[in-house]
Every structure is written in structure tokens, then in C-alpha cells.
Write a protein that binds this ligand. Structure first.
Ligand code: ADP
Ligand code: ADP
Ligand code: MG
Length: 447
């Protein structure tokens, strides 16, 4: 096992990784930008290294600075967390070239799945159903138009290198496609350094249901159940839960087994997530995330499996610590992503936290790097806390979540806690009756 892990991230996920390391007796190295010198992840780690100024391009994305920090401190592994360098295949290679273990899958698998077009083709080869769309990249607006004509409007134009909900454009009719193509291509070039686009049929009312997987370097791979992440705004997840209110046990086992078989064929070794859209009883692969996900605690709460610990063990070459049969699903868990934003307008609300009080009690988990006096910088992702609640069933979980949200005090800045309270009071949500556009319809509706 590793002696010392460098955590190439910040915020709640850096803390989450630190906690797993600490329990495993592994020492930790935090890296931080200049404005993060007083951040909680720096305070908790055994050692810390400043890797550059505030902009992520000069710090959390600064590969030479991060690798140097690992060499100077003698770290034998690097955990990338999510976002930042977590899906950068070149980073994984460079880390390994320096004789340091990368806590994630092989760089080949990161590269494959990072190209959403290549990932689609691979999914087909592995026997997973995909959303109807172009067989490869579309190079011109005319080509996109011809494909769209064939599969029928509306369609989505998607950037092959996209992520984080960006690089996706809805096209309702042939009249819009030329403009949409140029715009999306420009955005993809500017945002991801790669203007490749493809066309996918736009599903009108799908749910987003994803399967958590784990595989080792000895040919074993299992699924760890699903998460329903259909409560979204602008293609970004806001609430996640497991199990999905839309699936029964047989459907869960069927899609889970299909994905586990695919991962064995792929030889995937690490934790990861295979994302699907689900509509009218059918699953459609959309992409695979070759990293730890923001919403991984939901799965941890219903299975009792520490996914970060497992991920670290797998990177060190250990076999999976559990078999498929040993994965048991208990009760229900829901996660609320709390961001430093106005709950109505979503205007960013950075600033200093005056009072901080996290909820507690049975079944309540808070993953956050906040503390009273901490200044939330305007520079990074607005996620400041995840509240994850477990109950024996969905109803108990919702009651407990309502109670926990009511206890949560984050004063000094605006947060999306009021939005989460509103969602919990909503009858559709209570019924589990929602799709990926549900929240946007709710927010657009006159108050
Ligand atoms: P998850 O499926 O884990 O919820 P998200 O899509 O929410 O993943 O992304 C996790 C984090 O990584 C978010 O902070 C998001 O903004 C960031 N992220 C993901 N992909 C990219 C990307 N291609 N470029 C920049 N940031 C990204
Ligand atoms: P990202 O890499 O940004 O996470 P995804 O391909 O995973 O992008 O899609 C993000 C979200 O966009 C999905 O969860 C879903 O809400 C929506 N979406 C993606 N593809 C489609 C589609 N073909 N039809 C309808 N909605 C889609
Ligand atoms: Mg996605």
C-alpha cells in the first residue's frame, strides 16, 4: 500500500480523500493555490505545498508544479479527485512516467472515455445501447444537417471533448442547425481545445441513471448499483439519489449486470461511472466518467462501501475487496449539492462565512470544507457542501433530509439551501416523478 498520497484537488473532495487516507494509515500532501493557503484541506493534511497563483490554469491544472510537489515531498501516489486533472490522460501518463502511481484507471481508458465519440463506439462494441446519432464526428454544418434529417429533430450537437454540462446545444429544426453548429464548434474549441462535434437524438423526457462500477487489475469488475441524477439545471446535477425511484429490482440487476460484463471485457481497473439516459423502459449510454464522482457518497450510504478507499486499494494493485454477491443495497440515500449561489437566480455569491453549523444525527452526512471565517473565493466551482442523508426507505430519507436542511446554517453568503427545501416540498419530487428537464420547468414556472 502507498505511504504518502498527494491530493491534487481542493474543497470537499480533497477532504474526502484525506479522510480515506487517514483511515488507511496513509500520510497526505495537500497542494494549494495562493488564495487557498488557509483552506481546510491544507489544514488537515500532513504536509502542504503552494503550487501557484489563484487561477486554476496556474495552480490546480499546473502539471509540472504538481509533479514537483509530489517529488519534493516523496509522495508515492497522486489522487486527482474530480474536475481539474482527473480526466486528463496526459497527466496520468506523466505521473506514471515519474514513478508515481496515479489513483485512477489506465491512461488508455481515460483517453478512450474522454473522447465521447470514441466512448460511444466502444459502448456499442461492449454491447451497451447508445442514443441514436452520428456514427462519428460531423465535420460540417451540412453533414450535421443530413444526419439530423435522418434521425429526426430535435437533436443535440455535442462536443466530443465536452464535460461538466458544457458543449451541448439543442437544435429544434433544420433552420437552426448551421448557426448552432458554428457556435458549438467555436465554444468547444475555446473551452476544450477540440472542436469535434457529433449529433445525438434529443430525448424529450429522459431520466439520468448512472451505474457505479469498480474493477481491479486481476480481471474482476462489479457494479455497485445506480444513482438517479435527473434533477438537473443546465445539464448539471443538483440532487442525486439511490436507488432510482424509476427502477425495480429486476431492472436494476439487469442493467447493472450488463455494465459489469462490459467493464470486464474492457479490463477496467478503478472506480468509474457509466452514465445512461432512461426513457420508456430503455437505457441509452451517454458517457463514462473514469473518476470518482461528486455524488459517490449516495452509493456509499446505501452499500456501506468506502469507494475512495477501494479506489486507492485498486490503484495499488489489490484485488476488489468484495464480490458482486457481497454488494448489498440498504435503504435509500439522497444528496443535495449546496452551492454558493442565489437559490433563484443562481448568481454567484462568494464571500466570508460568518456562522457555520452543519446538521447531524442518525443517517446524516455532510461533506464540506467550510468553516466559520472561511472566505469562499470567486475563482473555483461554486459547490461548497454536500448533504447526504440515509433512511430505511425513501420516505424516511426525505423526512430526515428536510429536518437536516432546516438545521444547516451557512451565514454570510447566499446558498442554494432554500432551493433544496423547496424541492423537498414538491409533490412531483415526493412521488419520484421527475426527468432531466423537470427542475428547469419548475424554475421557469411563475411563482
Ligand atoms: P459528476 O458526474 O461527478 O457529478 P460533474 O459533471 O458535475 O461530474 O463534474 C464534476 C466537476 O468537474 C464539476 O466541478 C465540474 O464543473 C467539473 N468538470 C467536469 N468536466 C469538466 C470539464 N471538461 N472542464 C471543466 N470542468 C469540468
Ligand atoms: P457531460 O459530459 O457534460 O456530463 P453528458 O453527455 O453526460 O454530458 O450529458 C449531460 C446531461 O445532458 C444529461 O444528464 C442529460 O440531462 C442531458 N443530455 C445528454 N444527452 C442527451 C440526449 N441525447 N437527450 C436529452 N438530454 C441529454
Ligand atoms: Mg455526464
Amino acid at each position: 500500500m502507498f505511504d504518502k498520497v498527494l491530493i491534487a484537488n481542493r474543497g470537499e473532495i480533497a477532504l474526502r480523500i484525506h479522510r480515506a487516507c487517514r483511515e488507511m494509515g496513509i500520510r497526505t500532501v495537500a497542494v494549494h493555490s495562493e488564495i487557498d493557503a488557509n483552506a481546510m484541506h491544507v489544514r488537515l493534511a500532513d504536509e502542504s505545498v503552494c503550487i501557484g497563483p489563484a487561477p486554476a490554469s496556474q495552480s490546480y491544472l499546473n502539471i509540472p508544479a504538481i509533479v514537483s510537489a509530489a517529488e519534493i515531498t516523496g509522495a508515492d501516489a497522486i489522487h486527482p479527485g474530480y474536475g481539474f486533472l482527473s480526466e486528463n490522460a496526459r497527466f496520468a501518463e506523466i505521473v506514471e512516467e515519474h514513478g508515481i502511481a496515479f489513483i485512477g484507471p489506465s491512461s488508455a481508458h481515460i483517453r478512450l472515455m474522454g473522447d465521447k465519440l470514441a466512448a460511444r463506439a466502444k459502448a456499442v462494441e461492449l454491447g451497451l445501447p447508445v442514443v441514436p446519432g452520428s456514427p462519428g464526428a460531423v465535420n460540417t454544418a451540412e453533414e450535421a444537417s443530413a444526419i439530423a434529417q435522418g434521425i429526426g429533430y430535435p437533436v443535440l450537437l455535442k462536443a466530443a471533448a465536452g464535460g461538466g454540462g458544457r458543449g451541448i446545444t439543442l437544435v429544434r429544426s433544420a433552420a437552426e442547425i448551421t448557426d448552432a453548429f458554428r457556435r458549438t464548434q467555436r465554444e468547444a474549441e475555446a473551452g476544450f481545445g477540440d472542436g469535434s462535434l457529433y449529433v445525438e437524438k434529443f430525448l424529450e423526457r429522459p431520466r439520468h441513471i448512472e451505474i457505479q462500477v469498480a474493477g481491479d487489475k486481476h480481471g474482476n469488475a462489479v457494479h455497485v448499483g445506480e444513482r438517479d441524477c435527473s434533477v438537473q439545471r443546465r445539464h448539471q446535477k443538483v440532487v442525486e439519489e439511490s436507488p432510482s425511484p424509476a427502477l425495480n429490482e429486476a431492472q436494476r440487476a439487469e442493467i447493472g449486470e450488463k455494465v459489469a460484463v462490459a467493464m470486464r471485457k474492457l479490463g477496467y481497473s478503478s472506480v468509474g461511472t457509466v452514465e445512461f439516459l432512461y426513457e420508456d423502459g430503455a437505457f441509452y449510454f451517454i458517457e463514462m466518467n473514469t473518476r470518482l464522482q461528486v455524488e459517490h457518497p449516495v452509493t456509499e450510504m446505501v452499500t456501506g462501501i468506502d469507494l475512495v478507499r477501494e479506489q486507492i486499494r485498486l490503484a495499488a494493485g489489490a484485488p476488489l475487496s468484495f464480490t458482486q454477491d457481497e454488494v448489498r443495497f440498504n435503504g435509500h440515500a439522497i444528496e443535495c449539492r449546496i452551492t454558493a449561489e442565489n437559490a433563484r437566480t443562481f448568481a454567484p455569491s462568494p464571500g466570508t462565512i460568518l456562522t457555520y453549523h452543519a446538521p447531524g444525527g442518525l443517517g446524516v452526512r455532510v461533506d464540506s470544507a467550510l468553516y466559520a471565517g472561511y472566505r469562499v473565493p470567486p475563482t473555483y466551482d461554486s459547490l461548497i457542501a454536500k448533504l447526504i442523508v440515509h433512511g430505511r426507505n425513501r420516505n424516511e430519507c426525505m423526512m430526515r433530509l428536510r429536518r437536516a436542511l432546516g438545521e444547516f446554517v451557512i451565514d454570510g453568503i447566499e446558498t442554494t439551501i432554500p432551493l433544496h427545501l423547496e424541492l423537498l416540498a414538491n409533490q412531483d419530487f415526493a412521488n419520484g416523478d421527475y426527468d432531466v428537464k423537470w427542475l428547469e420547468r419548475l424554475l421557469d414556472a411563475p411563482a
